[in-house]
Design a protein around this ligand. Structure first.
Ligand code: AHM
Ligand code: MG
Length: 348
């Protein structure tokens, strides 16, 4: 692509779809509808503070709390409303909804499923820190005959994702997207109302200088995690240690920095949270696909996280991901955690 070419996300996705002869156009329409929802959410996110100033929460004491809750729910409703009559989906699931979100009876049922976290990092809304929307798209596995989707369609391992991405509502709104052919980045132009391609084929550095973990959980860490953290904080000029800590507490924002600058992001298994905190289907899997597509590694501390076979749409999974050299080094330390977990399980 010539460096000065202007290309919208819709155009980019349509071009990609045309490269596949069996393409029906439905996938492009799915992404187009999803992008509309993202545009609406980003508008509401940008207005959240103003709504507060203009007293939209009606002078209640916990104005921010009310607004925050509203944004979560509003983002969820926006995605569902944008997607359910599109004819491309047979089922959805969301962090904000219980179980399977059905496609209405009178709507056409399509060949894809969509899983999403409508507003990731929502505790950061009131402090004006970045938040985001994460999504994962899979083909249905039940017969594509116009029938409703089932849990079987949703409960697939992450390696089967056909597309994944996130929108990050930060100093600008960016959309980071993969359909299994590398990672592309789009930046939202408010004056045009369009996402414009800003980086194609993003590659994560092989090693970074940042680590990202909630250190407040240290008391619950297994010994391998503890030793790895001490290692990253010890002096070794040749390998760039000590690393610097960066932790925003919004997975999308922490992963975005990791994708751009390299390093490692961890929400590992610990004594209090054996499965970490992040949700497998609509947080860990799409973020892991992006990391892998950018040349990085994503594990759950035992193996490739995209290979985990899910049993529940809301299940949690540990995640250790980022630059391939950093993750490989971390895994050597974290092997000790697996032994400790096994030993504690047997002792019980
Ligand atoms: P949320 O989806 O309810 O916002 O929670 C998920 C968020 C992630 O974005 C982030 O990585 C993590 O929770 C931070 O958790 P903690 O506050 O325990 O560090
Ligand atoms: Mg989340």
């Amino acid at each position: 692509m010539p460096s000065n070419q202007l290309i919208t996300i819709e155009r980019h996705i349509a071009d990609q779809e045309h490269m596949h002869s069996e393409a029906s156009g439905k996938f492009s329409r799915l992404l187009r509808d999803l992008m509309l929802a993202v545009r609406v959410i980003q508008r509401e996110v940008r207005r959240a503070g103003l709504s507060d100033i203009f007293g939209m929460a009606g002078g209640k004491e916990n104005i921010h709390g009310e607004m925050v809750k509203k944004l979560d729910v509003l983002s969820n409703d926006t995605i569902i409303r944008a997607m359910r009559y599109g004819g491309h989906l047979c089922a959805m699931a969301s962090e904000e909804s219980f179980g399977l979100i059905p496609i209405p009876d009178d709507a056409e049922k399509g060949s894809y499923v969509l899983l999403f976290d409508p507003l990731d990092g929502s505790s950061n809304i009131e402090v004006n820190a970045p938040i985001g929307t994460i999504f994962s798209v899979l083909h249905r596995v039940t017969p594509d005959n116009g029938s409703e989707g089932t849990m079987r369609d949703l409960l697939q391992p992450g390696y089967r994702q056909v597309a994944a991405g996130y929108a990050l509502y930060g100093s600008s709104t960016v959309l980071v997207y993969t359909s299994g052919d590398g990672v592309d980045v789009f930046t939202y132009d408010h004056t045009l109302g369009e996402f414009l391609l800003s980086a194609r084929g993003l590659r994560i550095p092989k090693r970074g200088r940042y680590y990202s973990i909630n250190e407040g959980n240290a008391v619950n860490w297994y010994p391998g995690t503890r030793r790895y953290m001490e290692h990253l904080k010890s002096n070794d000029k040749a390998s760039g240690r000590p690393y610097s800590l960066r932790y925003i507490g919004t997975a999308v924002a922490d992963i975005h920095r990791t994708l751009l600058h390299g390093g490692i992001f961890l929400y590992p298994s610990d004594r209090k949270s054996p499965n970490g905190k992040l949700r497998l289907m609509y947080e860990v899997n799409p973020l892991a696909m992006l990391i892998e597509q950018a040349g990085g590694t994503a594990t759950d501390g035992r193996g490739r996280v995209l290979d985990v076979v899910p049993t529940d749409v809301h299940q949690r999974a540990p995640i250790i991901c980022g630059s391939s050299d950093d993750v490989a080094e971390a895994m050597k330390f974290l092997a000790e955690d697996i032994e400790a977990i096994e030993a504690e399980r047997i002792a019980k």
